[in-house]
Design a protein around this ligand. Structure first.
Ligand code: PAF
Length: 282
């Protein structure tokens, strides 16, 4: 398996494939690889000639220094997991300097307001950091298709917008959320949870499913009231937000409207770890 830490060497390695018009599937990650990431890789392998995965904890998308410091970094284990899936995967694991070239700042993006909602509102600057790193990675790797998990659904929509606005010829593929057997959405952050908290966190998806039923039978406010009450009695959790939004605009819904697709988004904290999840509603 080839592992590159320098973009110049990665570009040199990819050049012949690009010239031969081979398709490249790209899976950008921040590491702490889990089955969700491996499912993205598998889909990329099914659909492309060449597969590149990046592993980089991007400092410009963290608005909280402690969160950045605590983010799991498990490169050796990650490489073993990737190699066990396929030794043909090309890994790019750059240093901050290699990718930011001495200028570790986020560019400003116009996402037509998609970044004013939810994660954008609660984590100022986050999506400029995401856009900055993903654009840099796209320019280096020049993928045909790029794969992102729907767990970060707002990120997925924002990357689609960034690609459209920058006229990048990249197919952005959204992949279904991969869950533990108890329903907990797989996330690198789960690494920081105790076994007990992982068990308890099954409550998040159960609550989302119940909220979905209420949304279908009744309306937005009923689902919202249910989730608020449910988390009030679960003192291990702190509910940061539960929002029902239109999938296209990500604007918060007040009442159900015909011909719109809705999704419920949730952020909760347990043991000081911020967990994010979402579910389609119709
Ligand atoms: O979803 C992630 O892991 C990150 O936000 C991404 C897309 C790799 C950019 O750093």
């Amino acid at each position: 398996m080839k592992v590159f830490h320098a973009q110049s060497q990665l570009k040199q390695h990819l050049q012949p494939f690009l010239q031969a018009k081979q398709t490249t599937g790209f899976v950008p990650t921040m590491g702490a690889i889990h089955k969700g990431h491996l499912s993205l890789l598998q889909q990329a392998m099914n659909e492309n000639d060449v597969i590149v995965m990046s592993i980089f904890v991007n400092p410009t998308q963290f608005n909280n220094a402690e969160d950045l410091e605590k983010y799991p970094r498990t490169l050796q284990k990650d490489l073993e997991l990737i190699e066990a899936l396929s030794n043909k995967i090309i890994v790019y694991a750059p240093t901050v300097d290699d990718i930011y070239e001495g200028n570790t700042v986020a560019q400003n993006f116009d996402y037509d307001g998609l970044d004013n909602e939810m994660e954008g509102a609660n984590r100022p600057g986050h999506f400029n950091g995401v856009g900055t790193i993903v654009k840099k990675l796209f320019e280096i790797v020049q993928p045909t298709k790029a794969y992102f998990g729907e767990k970060d659904f707002q990120q997925l929509q924002i990357i689609r917008k960034m690609v459209e606005k920058n006229n990048m010829k990249i197919d952005v593929v959204g992949c279904p959320i991969f869950r533990e057997a108890n329903g907990l959405a797989m996330s690198s952050r789960n690494e920081r949870l105790s076994v007990q908290a992982k068990d308890k966190a099954a409550f998040i998806y159960k609550t989302l499913q119940a909220a979905k039923d209420l949304f279908i039978e009744k309306d937005v406010k009923d689902a919202q009231a249910f989730v608020k009450t449910a988390f009030e009695s679960e003192t291990d959790f702190t509910l940061e937000y539960f929002i029902i939004a239109d999938e296209a605009s990500l604007k918060t819904a007040i009442v159900k409207e015909k011909n719109k697709n809705y999704r419920a988004f949730i952020v909760v904290h347990i043991e000081g770890v911020r967990l994010i999840d979402n579910i389609t509603l119709n």
